[in-house]
Design a protein around this ligand. Sequence first.
Ligand SMILES: Nc1ncnc2c1ncn2[C@@H]1O[C@H](COP(=O)(O)OP(=O)(O)OP(=O)(O)O)[C@@H](O)[C@H]1O
Ligand SMILES: [Mg+2]
Length: 368
Amino acid sequence: MTDLSNLSNSVSIRDLSLSFGAVTVLENLNLDIKDGEFLVLLGSSGCGKSTLLNCIAGLLEPTEGQIFIKDRNVTWEEPKDRGIGMVFQSYALYPQMTVEKNLSFGLQVAGLPKDEIAKRIARASNILQIEPLLKRKPAALSGGQRQRVAIGRALVRDVDVFLFDEPLSNLDAKLRSELRVEIKRLHQSLKNTMIYVTHDQIEALTLADRIAIMKSGVIQQLDDPITIYNRPRNKFVAGFIGSPSMNFLTGELAEEGGRPVFRTNGVSFSLDGYEASEALSPGRKVVLGVRPEHIKVDGDLGSEEAHDAIVDIEEPMGADNLIWLKLAGHTISVRIGGARRYAVGSKVRLGFDMTMASLFDAQTEERI
Ligand SMILES: Nc1ncnc2c1ncn2[C@@H]1O[C@H](COP(=O)(O)OP(=O)(O)OP(=O)(O)O)[C@@H](O)[C@H]1O
Ligand SMILES: [Mg+2]
C-alpha cells in the first residue's frame, strides 16, 4: 500500500468531457492521481474506461477540459511527448522480430544510443524475467510471455506514468492471477504512477491503492479498496464489488423501544451498531445491504439479534460454503466455512453484523 498523504499529483484531469457526435461518453470528469499511486479504473463494459485512458494517453482529443501530467498541461501534446507508456488489451507484437527487437525498435526509431538501449532492455527483461526469451519470436511464446513482452515495451520507455488497458483480459484465469502478482511486484519495485483499467473486481481490489468505480462515464466512488468494499457510497458500488454479491433487502425504517430498526415483510431487524451518516427517520423507504460473510449462523452467533431461516440451497466452493436461506420472503446468501454443511430444508438461526452492513435510500440509492 502506498501512503498517499503528502504526495504531489502525477496526473490531474480537470472538467474533462468527451462526446462522439451526439453521444456523450465522459462529462465533467475530475480526477487527481498521486505520484507513485496505483489507480484502478473499474467499471462494466462501455462505461468509458478506455475512453478516459485514451484521453490521458493523447490518443483521443477531449471535447472539453484539460489534462495535466506532472503539473504540465499536456492537453494538446502528442502522445509521444507526454511521458507515458501504454499497454493495450490487444498487444500487437511485431511477429517477424525477436523479443529483443520488439523491445528495442521504438527506442532505435527515437534515436537513443545503442548502449542506453541495451541497458534499458537488460533492466526491463530482468524485472519481467524474460531474459531467456530475448532471441525468440512472438510465435514461440506463451500468452503470458507475450503479455510480459508487451509490458516490457512500455517499461523500456522509462516513463513517469504507465497506462494499462485490461492487459490481462486475453489470458486464462491461472495466468491472469500469476501476472497480477507480477504487476504488483513491478509497481512495488518501480514506484511509478500506474493507471490500470479493468472490469475485473479482483484485479481492482488486489492491485489498487485507490479504485475509481465508473458508471456511464461518471466516477461513482474514489477510495481505497477496503473503504469501497466496506462503505460503498451507493447501491451501484455495493452491488458491483463483491462476489458473491451483497444481499439487498427492501424495506423501511421504524422504531421499536426507542431504537431504530429495519423492517421488511413484517420482520424487524435491530440496527444497533450501524454507523449512519444521517438520522434514521422512521418511515423512510430503504434498502439494507449485507455481504454474505457478514451474516452469522448458529454457533458463530455472538451478540447479534437472531432470526429463524430455512436452508434453500447449498453451494460448496471448496474453502467456503455458500448457503442460501429463506427469511421474511427474501433469499439471502451466507458464506460459511467449507467444512460446515447444511441439509436443504433445515432450520438455522441467523444474525446480521450490522456494524458491517450498508443502508441505502430506496429512491436515491445513496448510502445513509
Ligand atoms: N469512436 C467511437 N464512436 C462512437 N462511440 C464510441 C466510440 N468509441 C467508444 N464509443 C462509445 O463510448 C462508450 C465508452 O466506450 P469505452 O471504450 O470507453 O468503454 P470501456 O469502459 O472501455 O468498455 P470495455 O470494458 O468494453 O472496454 C461506449 O458506449 C462506446 O460504444
Ligand atoms: Mg475498454
